[in-house]
Design a protein around this ligand. Structure first.
Ligand SMILES: *Cc1c(COP(=O)(O)O)cnc(C)c1O
Length: 356
């Protein structure tokens, strides 16, 4: 704290990202990165960049990237917004669409950046408890405050539970909630959840965000995007052009376009992660762990007899890092990112040794 800080900064509660330890020889299963590299075409596109890629400002509108994204989703480019990671896209959505007279709604257990943005932008919010078995019940959102809300946001599948809502449920929520924006954060959609992207042509209040950080294996490139009605996209553009005109640099543009254009590679590595996930869930169950069926590239699991924080500490000594949240309702769970088959086998071996 310093007397030079603004009142805004004094009142911030910043997001705490998962650790990026400076250890080598680490099995890093704590921040949902892909264990595989990106498409080789991404590195080739970045390597092919010339002097101008660094000398000149990039295209402020990222038109070529928007075209590629629009194409894979059968949309128009004016239905696409791109940003420096989906965290930035979400930040602009909070300021540009979710700052309203009524409080916005999101689950009590969800991506912990949402309350951070509310705090930053002074947005009122109310959390809705997940059901007993950690599901989102859309009727809770429809009925809350007699249907009056400033907006609704949640990931599908949710994080850190990995539980997904069926497309029919998303559609039912949109049909019932027409007076405020609904943001669906599809960060993990590529691991077996039905995408709601086709609904953006039908519902002018639906915004869907995606990231290249997880399934595209590009967390280091910092690219995310949103799709929705052109009026919603324009709101995000207005915020972006009041904040940073050039969020996507030329190297990121080249890499992101190559990644988006290589859908075969995306499908291949997403499928590999799903296969490893199902093996890991089975192996964990052999050791007595109770794991929520996952639609993401991580599992949310607990052991009925062992303390989650202790398990995380024991694994850390073995240079295996998993995520533990010191939060009500979930403090006995661990969120474990799906690594390679070898990494998951090492995890299981160490858990077995510990439980013995
Ligand atoms: C990882 C994640 C994001 C942010 O990803 P970026 O790296 O900023 O693109 C957004 N939402 C959820 C739910 C996430 O897990």
């Amino acid at each position: 704290m310093s007397r030079f800080w603004s009142k805004t900064v004094k009142n911030l509660t910043p997001y705490v990202p998962g650790e990026q330890p400076k250890l080598s020889q680490l099995i890093k299963l704590n921040t949902n990165e892909s264990p595989y590299g990106p498409s080789p075409k991404v590195l080739m596109a970045i390597a092919a960049a010339n002097n101008d890629a660094l000398r000149l400002y990039p295209d402020p509108n990222s038109d070529a990237l928007k075209q590629s994204i629009a194409k894979i989703h059968n949309l128009q480019a004016n239905q696409v917004f791109v940003g420096n990671g989906s965290d930035e896209v979400l930040a602009h959505a909070f300021l540009g669409l979710l700052k309203q007279d009524h409080p916005i709604l999101f689950p009590d257990i969800t991506y912990s950046f949402y309350p951070v943005y509310c705090n930053l932008y002074d947005i009122a919010f109310e959390t809705i408890p997940l059901t007993e078995n950690f599901s989102i019940d859309i009727t809770d959102y429809i009925q809350k405050n007699n249907g009056k809300n400033g907006g609704i946001i949640f990931p599908n599948p949710n994080a850190p539970t990995g539980k997904a809502l069926a497309l029919g449920q998303i559609k039912a929520l949109l049909q019932a909630n027409t007076e405020s924006v609904i943001v669906i954060d599809q960060a993990y959609v590529d691991y077996g959840t039905e995408s709601a992207v086709d609904l953006v042509n039908e519902f002018p209040n639906l915004l869907i965000t995606h990231t290249l950080s997880k399934s595209y294996a590009l967390a280091g490139l910092r690219v995310g995007y949103a799709v929705g009605h052109p009026d919603l996209i324009e709101a995000l553009e207005r915020v972006k052009n009041s904040f940073n005109s050039y969020p996507i640099d030329k190297l990121a543009m080249a890499g992101a376009i190559a990644a988006i254009d290589d859908q075969d590679y995306l499908k291949r590595i997403s499928k590999a992660v799903v296969q490893t996930r199902e093996t890991l869930i089975e192996d964990l169950s052999q050791l007595g762990f109770q794991t929520i069926p996952s639609h993401a590239n991580f599992v949310f699991t607990k052991h009925p007899e062992k303390d989650a924080a202790e398990i995380a500490a024991v694994l850390r000594e073995k240079h295996i890092i998993v995520r533990h949240f010191k939060m009500a309702r979930i403090d006995q769970y661990l969120r474990i990112t799906i690594g390679t088959d070898e990494q998951c086998a090492m995890l299981v071996k160490n858990l077995k040794d510990f439980l013995k």
